[in-house]
Design a protein around this ligand. Structure first.
Ligand SMILES: [Cu+2]
Length: 174
């Protein structure tokens, strides 16, 4: 046992001495190759999806009917009227500040990336953030959202200042 151990150590030392110049070189090359193949996909993966898609989407003007939704805050509470509305792709919704502002319209939980990018592109003006209109302060102020090229589906929206008061609604795009 002892002799074998010593023999192994000795041969390892000899191998280390003999292959000393070549072995670390190949190890380093292999490590670099492994590191490169490991890091390249990881850094590449998130890049193509989001910025390219968002940048390539442009606003699609409405080509159909314009539907009106009032934004109300009075003794009866805070609400969109109508709160649930069904439209066709290419229609528009004109949100009109009726009372009790400031109100805004902010779409929530748009999980489809293409739908989110198109809807956001269609929302112009000094937005409060992605998928969120500016604040409408004065009576009869309005904000039009085009649903041009917005895929069929259901889109939840809320008024950010009055979300806790249940001021919300849903657009169904056919
Ligand atoms: Cu509101």
């Amino acid at each position: 046992m002892r002799f074998n151990g010593i023999a192994l150590l000795a041969s390892a030392a000899v191998l280390g001495a003999c292959g000393g110049e070549k072995k670390p070189a190949t190890d380093t090359a292999a490590a670099n190759a492994a590191a490169a193949s490991a890091t390249t996909p990881a850094t590449m993966t998130p890049a193509p999806a989001a910025p390219v898609a968002a940048g390539s989407v442009t606003a699609a003007p409405a080509t159909g009917a314009t539907h009106e939704v009032k934004m109300i805050g009075d003794a009866t509470g805070y609400k969109f009227d109508p709160a649930n509305i069904t439209i066709k792709q290419g229609d528009a919704i004109k949100f009109v500040m009726a009372s009790g502002g400031p109100h805004n319209v902010a779409f929530l939980n748009v999980t489809d990336a293409a739908a989110s990018a198109q809807l956001d592109a269609n929302m112009a003006g000094a937005k409060m953030g992605p998928l969120s209109s500016p604040m409408l302060m004065q009576p009869n102020e309005s904000y039009v959202v085009s649903f041009g090229k917005v895929p069929a589906g259901k889109y939840d929206f809320t008024c950010t200042p009055h979300a806790a008061m249940n001021m919300k609604g849903q657009v169904t795009v056919q």
